[in-house]
Write a protein that binds this ligand. Structure first.
Ligand code: AMP
Ligand code: ZN
Length: 464
């Protein structure tokens, strides 16, 4: 499989460090609010990646953290803790907020057929691990105490900007905040590993540490949780592209300083979901959630399909018009599939041929939109229904769109049959096989179904 690796900024062959085993880490949600559908785009695409790695035969272990402490309102080290903001907003405790939004996150994931990672670890479970890692970084000379906080010293690294040309907006996150923010830092890119002092006094969660009562910085949690569960070598680390800098850059800095060797080989970043106002973000106040889509009558899997229709490395713009188009396509697809009858034997040779085509497009940097096309190709193929069902069910292990549904209604059967005959007639016409095309039209007419050719394609109606 070839994947675009942010480290090195090119498509490279994916080779795990230990044969068949893949260690995969995902930055989990900051649970101070509902996940918006932008966050969920990232988790959908990571889910496809995980499932496709499994489909390809890898033995994947996937770990995700839950950020329930330390993520400040700026991705650098200033502002309020987002969790505290959530607690104030809702007049609850931080732990109540964390529990409520963690459950809400996994409920959304379930609706979108996103598999729960093998290990899910809240940051507040691992405070001792963070303290051990910070202590080791101080011992190794990579961290220093200043003004009561512990900082990572980025000047100790040969190359801090490991991802190269980050775009200027991303780079500003760290730099801007630092310039106005924190006089304790020796270098503008240094970042906090452990806070005892910050601009705000009322941090709800605090723990004893060798440096005083305080709480961990955000970045340390992902390094520490990953190393705790997946060991010293990580194959692939995922997140939304906004995480690349400073979060992932800082994760690499502290993990490699701690381990003394290269830590993670592949960095998989999903581009943002935008709406008319730009990047969808929780801090902007209004944002779209899965529940809101459901209230408006959309099946959450339509949103999953909407995401799969475009490549994860392209920004995706959300609009209800586009979602409506996907909803229509999804309905049509389900109807066509539900009209298939599992009769006869699966044609193993043909199945292999189509499966290879499916793998070929996903092997090419997870091209999910061509993965969906592969489903349509199967539907059009000259193979029996049993083979079609077998293949579509298999592809759906990765796509997870519930393509093969248990029951089909009679009405669905009729719709699907007519759609398929219309398609055959179009093919016949394209091949100038007028006899076949006319016969299909006449047979349908004999059943009181009239085809109407329009500039938008062929429509049909029942006549009396
Ligand atoms: P958060 O809950 O803010 O920690 O973010 C959870 C995940 O969603 C992270 O991997 C982010 O990079 C990602 N993310 C945030 N905003 C967007 C967006 N508009 N589109 C896609 N992914 C996003
Ligand atoms: Zn992270």
């Amino acid at each position: 499989m070839y994947l675009y690796n942010t480290l090195g900024q090119k498509k490279t062959e994916f080779v795990p460090h230990d044969g068949n085993k893949v260690n995969m880490y995902t930055c989990g949600p900051t649970v101070y609010h509902f996940a918006h559908i932008g966050n969920l785009r990232t988790y959908i695409m990571e889910d496809v990646l995980e499932k496709y790695l499994r489909y390809s035969g890898y033995d994947v272990t996937r770990v995700m953290n839950i950020t329930d402490v330390g993520h400040l309102t700026s991705d650098a080290d200033t502002g309020d803790d987002k969790m505290l903001q959530g607690a104030k907003r809702e007049h609850k405790t931080v732990m109540e907020i964390a529990k409520f939004y963690t459950d809400a996150f996994f409920a959304d994931c379930a609706k979108l057929n996103i598999k729960t990672p093998d290990v899910v670890e809240p940051a507040t479970n691992c405070i001792d691990d963070f303290i051990n890692m910070v202590s080791a970084l101080i011992d190794k000379g990579y961290a220093y105490l200043a003004g009561g906080n512990v900082y990572f010293d980025t000047s100790k690294l040969d190359d801090y900007y490991v991802f190269g040309n980050m775009n200027a907006d991303d780079l500003e996150v760290g730099v801007r905040e630092d310039v106005t923010g924190d006089d304790n830092k020796r270098n503008k890119t240094d970042f906090v590993l452990w806070f005892t002092k910050s601009k705000f006094e009322d941090q709800a969660l605090k723990w004893e540490s060798p440096w005083g009562v305080g709480y961990p910085g955000w970045h340390i949690e992902c390094s520490s949780i990953s190393i705790k569960h997946l060991g010293e070598h990580l194959d692939i680390h995922c997140g939304g592209v906004d995480n690349a800098f400073p979060h992932h850059t800082n994760e690499i800095a502290q993990s490699e300083a701690f381990l003394g060797h290269k830590w993670c080989n592949y960095w998989f970043h999903v581009l943002h979901l935008n709406d008319a106002r730009g990047k969808m973000s929780k801090s902007k106040g209004e944002f779209l959630t899965v529940s809101l889509l459901e209230e408006k009558g959309y099946n959450p899997l339509v949103y999953r399909m909407f995401c799969l229709q475009s490549h994860y490395r392209k920004p995706l713009t959300f609009s209800y018009d586009s979602l409506d188009n996907t909803a229509k396509a999804y309905d049509k697809l389900i109807k066509r599939i539900s009209s298939l009858k599992a009769d006869g034997e699966v044609d193993k040779d043909k199945a292999k041929e189509f499966d290879n085509k499916f793998r070929e497009v996903l092997d090419n940097d997870l091209n999910t939109s061509l993965g969906l096309t592969a489903v349509y190709d199967v539907l059009k193929a000259d193979v029996n229904d049993a083979t079609k069902l077998y293949l579509i069910e298999k592809f759906d292990e990765v796509l997870s769109l519930n393509l093969v549904q248990a029951e089909s209604t009679e009405e669905n059967d009729l719709d699907a049959e007519i759609e398929s005959l219309i398609e055959k007639r179009q093919e016949a016409r394209a091949n100038k096989d007028w006899a076949t095309a006319d016969k299909i039209r006449d047979d349908l007419l004999a059943r009181n179904i009239k085809l109407i050719d329009t500039p938008d394609g062929v429509k049909w109606e029942l006549i009396n």
